[in-house]
Design a protein around this ligand. Structure first.
Ligand SMILES: NC(=O)c1ccc[n+]([C@@H]2O[C@H](COP(=O)([O-])OP(=O)(O)OC[C@H]3O[C@@H](n4cnc5c(N)ncnc54)[C@H](OP(=O)(O)O)[C@@H]3O)[C@@H](O)[C@H]2O)c1
Length: 239
């Protein structure tokens, strides 16, 4: 599987790329600085130098042509200006989706955010702007005909992954390790039946592959699972 990752040098993006490369898949993504390309190349990860904001839709389409899926895990929120938040977090996914349609890449996984994240902390205006832009991006993607999947992780940590999460349609916002978010995204890329859904992802006690399988069965999205597996679990539920 060849996967185009926007944000490939970032916390989640790099982990997704590394896990894909380790499994023999082909991650590729945009980097803004040559030293990021060099660092990723050491792990056998291919990159293209470019900037989501300055590239045209045609240029982005040409870069991703031939890929099987896209992962959008870029973000300027909190680190650059509000204007950058608008261009990257807000307008970026819609722009990339337009490029995906042009390039014929149907599967699009967007890393978003819980709508209630840190609202109790009475964050500043820039944070509120970030939240508005994240929601705008979700809406733009949902309006496309792509096989989109939106994953909203809770607050990200750099703790080592546990291989366990809590994943579903609505979860309580706590914390989740970037390692586990990346593993979940990689597994979701391998589960094509789960699409056109918004999933919330937080730390938890269920093995990632098991959580995805359960969700697939519960939502009746059998594609991607063996018939044996679906029947076995359906039987279990009837017992
Ligand atoms: N932090 C949290 O607790 C939290 C919670 C929920 C969701 N999220 C979301 O999760 C996602 C990933 O988070 P993360 O911590 O892994 O992010 P990160 O480490 O900040 O990585 C973001 C990446 O996006 C890239 N990027 C920014 N602007 C770009 C542009 N114009 N063109 C191309 N690439 C660009 C950055 O490139 P450079 O390296 O060149 O800067 C960086 O590599 C983000 O969308 C974030 O909003 C975060």
């Amino acid at each position: 599987m060849k996967v185009f990752i926007i944000g490939i040098a970032g916390g989640i993006g790099r982990r997704v790329a590394e896990q894909l490369a380790e499994a023999g898949d082909e991650p590729i993504g945009l980097v803004r600085r040559p030293e990021q390309a060099e660092a990723l190349a050491l792990g056998g990860i291919q990159t293209v130098q470019g900037d989501l904001v300055s590239m045209s839709i045609d240029e982005l389409a040409a870069t991703m042509r031939g890929c099987n899926a896209i992962v959008f895990s870029a973000g300027a929120g909190g680190k650059e200006s509000d204007e950058a938040t608008t261009r990257v977090d807000g307008d970026g996914p819609g722009k990339l989706a337009a490029a995906a349609e042009r390039a014929g890449v149907r599967r699009f996984v967007l890393v978003s955010v819980f709508p209630e994240a840190w609202r109790e902390r009475r964050m500043d205006a820039s944070f509120e702007h970030y939240m508005v832009e994240k929601k705008k991006a979700e809406t733009q993607l949902v309006l496309t005909d792509l096989d989109w999947l939106i994953v909203r992780p809770s607050a990200l940590t750099n703790e080592p992954g546990t291989g366990q999460v809590d994943l579903g349609l609505a979860k309580v916002h706590t914390e989740v390790a970037r390692d586990d978010v990346a593993t979940t995204i990689v597994e979701l890329l391998r589960t094509p039946g789960l699409n056109r859904l918004i999933l919330e992802l937080t730390g938890g006690g269920m093995a990632i592959s098991e959580g995805i399988s359960e969700l697939t069965i519960r939502l009746g999205c059998g594609g991607g699972l063996s018939t044996d597996f679906v029947l076995r679990n359906a039987d279990d539920r009837l017992d």
